[in-house]
Design a binder for this molecule. Structure first.
Ligand SMILES: Nc1nc2c(ncn2[C@@H]2O[C@H](COP(=O)(O)OP(=O)(O)OP(=O)(O)O)[C@@H](O)[C@H]2O)c(=O)[nH]1
Ligand SMILES: [Mg+2]
Length: 704
């Protein structure tokens, strides 16, 4: 494939609620642009962007797929790099990661449901990254699809800068085509055809609505632009070329959000979508300079998307599986990169050789000799590079900001089925973590069980399935676990002394510490306040280590102790008998004594929960949330649905999916993410602590 210059590149992230029709639109774009020989379908499991085995099995996008449509509009040939992102809530963090390489976002909404929970969530991502947005209302051929209602829901959610630039011709099964309100032209299509429209006169019954629609665009464009406003007052309208350029600037500056209509499955209106992206979506050169994260104290530097600057690139996605190997997807932010180049990974401080430089069409790598500033590419077999890393010219180190993801929402204990599985487990999970930043894998320090944490039940199921299919490792999922923590609510001032001086070499360590609470999220702070050598300097880290290790094992119920400060202010030592181990032990003793005094308490994770149910279930759902110690934060009505927002302890939500289904006859949906930690009410705390003690008692007996 030829190397496109920055001005001829469009990088778009396609986002929206699950099932809105994103992958189908992308598939239709690829076919219409000649990238596939026929229209590939999600339901046939053969689309270019949903190639992953798990995506095919579940008929939904699980991780962002990258593809390319080369499209000619008038005299311009552009390369559209498309990022087809997941809309299902448990995978939607990948849509956020796709904002890094994109200069604009295509927000897809379903023409029946309009704006949904994840539409708003992904809109928020685009807002955070200050990206222009083009909206596509899709699945317009379905029963009950309604363009006016969909537009209304968009305007309600995102404001009056949302404006239709098309009108659909016909509706539901009778959907025929679209009217381009900007240039006042109409196109009809054959459902399931080649995606290329036939120009026809604007149907008489749409003439009035089309005129109004055109005027709405004129007014909105004029409103935001003084020169055009003047022209509008003087002439009563704006000449077409000024209207187009005015609209384009407003879109690029994310002041206007245009709405188009399609059927992805029917491949209707898709050439107009490609034309619109080619004409109105900004090229990478047009984006504001990219800010980096300062390597030392100071202001961030700015990088311009041009070949003239030195090379900087960032990895935004990694695939790691036994078939494809390790593939890093990156965006070139500045400079250009050639095949076989050696570049520096600044994040890991190591050199990487870019052999087999490529662009990706789904899972297929297409070799390229070079990539210019602003382009998206991929390279296999980097040694140390992971998602989020910044690479480039060795002489000019840079770090670009990485995407922040929420903490995992669910943790399960897993057990390898056999001894052989146990040996393979860590390796398989390690590979999965390379490509999925939402997986956490660790051992429970208390029970020694393997724990796996992720965004939700389905996410964990995908991981278990990948372990089995890719790495032939079978595991059994056990009951979900709540990652409690411990903290203190009071202060303490104690002495920890360890002394063993019976014959031979003795042990002696002695420390005095104060302990006090830190605000939530404050983790741990260690302050060395020793003056005059009461404890020799080389033993102080040992005291800290003893405390840290003891804190990891917990005090009340075996959960890590967090959000506290320790001040080491005094102690004593023995010339012969003191050593590191003695001071570590002294630190541990001091920690346990301090915990006793400092009002220890348990903390539990609290989740943000957003539940969407038909309105007749709203009362029951809220009653149920009450019984789960939930705090209702707000309620919203959308059509016939009620959206309930609340904060609920994780421990009350472990099996909510199945319970919501039975409470709403399968008509409710919810998503949740970790919000913060909060103190566990004392009655519940007592139960957790006594259960721990009982279990520990048993364990000790067995060990004895
Ligand atoms: N009738 C009709 N069905 C469509 C259309 N577009 C998609 N569908 C169907 O809707 C379902 C979901 O489509 P997808 O394209 O996978 O939706 P998505 O937005 O990619 O969904 P996620 O990947 O889960 O976020 C599939 O069964 C499609 O066949 C359309 O234009 N018309
Ligand atoms: Mg999809």
């Amino acid at each position: 494939m030829k190397a496109y210059e920055s001005a001829a590149i469009r990088n778009i992230a396609v986002v929206g609620h699950s099932h809105a029709g994103k992958t189908s639109i992308v598939s239709a774009m690829l076919f219409t642009a000649g990238a596939s020989p026929r229209l590939l379908r999600v339901d046939e499991g053969n689309t270019i962007t949903d190639y992953d085995e798990e995506a095919v099995a579940r008929r939904m996008t699980i991780s962002t797929g990258v593809a390319i449509a080369e499209w000619t509009k008038g005299a311009d040939k552009v390369k559209i790099n498309i990022l087809d992102t997941p809309g299902f809530n448990m995978f939607v963090h990948d849509a956020k990661a796709a904002m890094i390489p994109a200069e604009s976002v295509v927000v897809v909404v379903d023409g029946v449901s309009g704006v949904e929970v994840i539409t708003e969530k992904t809109w928020g991502f685009a807002e955070e990254f200050e990206l222009p947005r083009i909206i596509i209302a899709s699945r317009m051929d379905r029963d009950r699809a309604d363009s006016a209602r969909t537009l209304e829901s968009l305007v309600t959610a995102f404001g009056r800068q949302v404006v239709a630039v098309q009108l659909p011709i016909g509706s539901e099964k009778g959907l025929k085509g679209v009217v381009d309100l900007l240039r006042m032209k109409a196109y009809t299509y054959e459902l399931g055809g080649d995606g290329k429209g036939k120009e026809v006169p604007i149907p008489a019954d749409l003439a009035e609505a089309a005129k109004k629609g055109h005027e709405a665009i004129v007014e909105l464009v004029a409103e935001g632009n003084d020169e055009l406003m003047q022209e509008f007052f003087d002439k009563g309208t704006i000449p077409d070329d000024h209207l187009v350029s005015g609209l384009r600037s407003a879109i690029v500056e994310h002041k206007i959000f245009p709405v188009l209509y399609t059927s992805g499955l029917g491949n209707l209106g898709i050439d107009q979508v490609l034309n619109f992206i080619a004409e109105f979506a900004p090229a990478p050169v047009e984006r504001p300079a990219v800010k980096d994260t300062p390597l030392a104290a100071g202001e961030p530097s700015e990088h311009h998307v041009t070949d003239a600057e030195s090379l900087t690139m960032q990895v935004f996605k990694t695939i790691s599986d036994p078939f494809a190997g390790h593939i890093s997807f990156f965006k070139v932010f500045s400079g250009s990169v050639k095949n076989e180049a050696t570049v520096q990974n600044y994040t890991r401080n190591t050199a990487e050789k870019l052999s087999h430089l490529a662009v990706m069409q789904g899972k297929t790598a297409i070799p390229v000799p070079e990539l210019h500033a602003g382009d998206i590419g991929a390279v296999p077999k980097l040694k140390a590079t992971l998602t989020g890393d910044t690479l480039g010219d060795k002489a000019h180190p840079v770090a670009y900001p990485v995407v922040e993801h929420p903490e995992p929402a669910i943790t399960f204990a897993i057990e390898p089925k056999t001894r052989a599985d146990e040996d393979k487990l860590a390796n398989g999970l390690h590979k999965l973590m390379e490509e999925d930043q939402m997986v956490r894998f660790f051992r429970d320090p208390q029970t020694n069980e393997f724990l796996i944490a992720g965004t939700g039940q389905q996410h964990i199921e995908v991981l278990v399935s990948k372990l089995k299919k890719r790495y032939h490792t079978e595991v059994v999922l056990k009951a979900p676990k709540v990652p409690y923590r411990e903290t203190i609510r009071g202060k303490a001032d104690v002495q920890g002394r360890h002394k063993k001086q019976s014959g031979g070499h003795g042990q002696y360590g002695d420390c005095k510490i104060k302990m006090e609470p830190l605000p939530r999220g404050g983790k741990f702070e260690f302050v060395n306040d020793i003056f005059g050598g009461a404890i020799p300097r080389n033993y102080i880290p040992a005291v800290e280590k003893g405390i840290v290790e003891a804190a990891e094992r917990g005090y009340l119920a075996g959960y890590p102790v967090v959000d506290f400060r320790v001040i080491l202010y005094d102690g004593s030592y023995h010339d012969v008998d003191s050593n590191e181990l003695s001071f570590k032990t002294a630190g541990r003793i001091a920690f346990r004594k301090a915990m006793e005094q400092a009002k220890p308490t348990l903390l539990e994770p609290i989740m943000h929960v957003e539940i969407t149910v038909p309105e007749e279930f709203a009362g029951a759902i809220m009653g149920d949330l009450n019984s789960r110690r939930g705090r209702i934060q707000g309620m919203d009505n959308k059509g016939h649905n009620t959206i309930v927002k609340s904060e609920v302890p994780m421990s009350e939500m472990l099996t909510y999916g199945a319970e919501l289904t039975s409470m709403t006859q399968g008509r409710g949906s919810f998503h949740m993410e970790m919000a913060h930690y909060d103190v566990v009410p004392s009655s519940i705390q007592e139960k957790i602590v006594s259960a721990y003690k009982a279990e520990k008692g048993e364990l000790v007996e067995v060990e004895d």
